[in-house]
Design a binder for this molecule. Structure first.
Ligand SMILES: NC(=O)c1ccc[n+]([C@@H]2O[C@H](COP(=O)([O-])OP(=O)(O)OC[C@H]3O[C@@H](n4cnc5c(N)ncnc54)[C@H](OP(=O)(O)O)[C@@H]3O)[C@@H](O)[C@H]2O)c1
Length: 283
């Protein structure tokens, strides 16, 4: 039997990482390196820990991910998302190992959809800017996986797009759907299974691992109500400019497609919700 690939990872306790760890733990040997044992902004610590760790691939998930607060905490965000990524990548390269960097559709401006792996990047938020800088560090030598609006994970400190809507609907609140912004919601379990293939078939390219369809926020809420049986009278309407009045800008047409994913069939949003309903008793 072939020995299992060893995957060392940052951010493995996060929204996406925790599902990857749970679903792939029998396929790979994961070494979880949490912030408490390695702050990625501490270059010496990164060199020390990565230097002494034995692994085949380094999965770099850790990031400052709060898009709104990132606008007012730019120095901290840059240190984590840009300097931290550089620290990790240099230490991984020093060992002659492979790196997988998780990025986002927020590297695009949302004005020229659809977006493929080789589309022009032009981030409109500070968070997106730092992820773009991270991509530039890794590009051509490491693998970059872009995700968009991942859902179907569970962490105590934040809610994904589906959970936020579901928790409002459960309380009988009116939920306003954005009628003029498109999202490409991506089931995290699909991400994990696609990543399983990519670990075993590494190439230093960019991959969009994204849901099969793109919907407006309004349609997302409709689909959630349809699948989970919530009252559609609770669905209100809002617009992009109203919703993001006091928030960081998001790409208005976050419509991501893939030229590179010929190996795993991603689910549509409705299929993803049905999967969660069946497999995980999500609500
Ligand atoms: N969630 C999304 O909507 C989304 C969309 C597209 C792409 N992504 C990308 O996917 C990746 C994972 O996102 P996520 O939502 O799963 O993240 P998350 O739940 O916010 O978790 C972020 C992780 O980063 C770690 N971290 C933060 N600062 C650190 C530091 N200074 N040193 C070491 N570790 C640090 C945290 O580790 P501790 O728990 O140990 O503190 C935490 O586990 C990120 O790179 C993000 O940019 C996310």
């Amino acid at each position: 039997m072939k020995p299992k690939l060893i995957i060392a990872a940052t951010g493995l306790d996060g929204l996406i990482g925790s599902r990857i760890n749970t679903l792939l733990k029998n396929d790979f040997e994961f070494i979880n390196i949490p912030e408490s044992s390695m702050d990625i902004t501490d270059k010496d610590k990164v060199n020390e820990i990565i230097g002494e760790t034995n692994f085949d691939i380094f999965l770099h998930l850790a990031a400052y991910t709060d898009v709104d607060s990132a606008e007012s905490k730019q120095e901290v965000v840059w240190k984590i998302n840009v300097d931290g990524t550089k620290n990790i990548f240099e230490a991984v390269e020093e060992k002659g190992k492979k790196m997988v960097f998780i990025s986002t559709g927020f590297v695009f401006d949302g004005e020229h959809p659809p977006y493929y792996e080789d589309s022009t990047r032009n981030p409109i938020s500070f968070y997106g800017k730092t992820k773009y800088e991270g991509e530039k560090i890794v590009e051509g030598r490491g693998m970059i996986i872009r995700l968009d609006y991942p859902y179907g994970g569970k962490v105590s400190y934040k809610k994904d797009i589906v959970e936020s809507i579901v928790s409002g609907l459960k309380q009988g609140k009116e939920i306003k759907g954005i009628i003029d912004q498109y999202f490409t919601p991506t089931l995290i379990d699909d991400v994990a299974y696609a990543v399983k293939y990519l670990f075993s078939n590494f190439s230093p390219k960019i991959f969009h691992i994204v849901g099969a369809d793109s919907l407006t926020g309004y349609d997302i809420i409709h689909t959630i109500c349809k699948v989970y049986g919530f009252n559609k009278d609770l669905i209100g309407k809002t617009t992009y400019s109203e919703f993001y009045k006091d928030k960081a800008l998001r790409p208005k047409n976050s419509i991501l497609k893939s030229k590179g994913n010929h190996f795993y069939t991603m689910k549509s949003f409705e299929e993803g919700l049905l999967y969660l309903k069946k497999m995980l008793s999500h609500i």
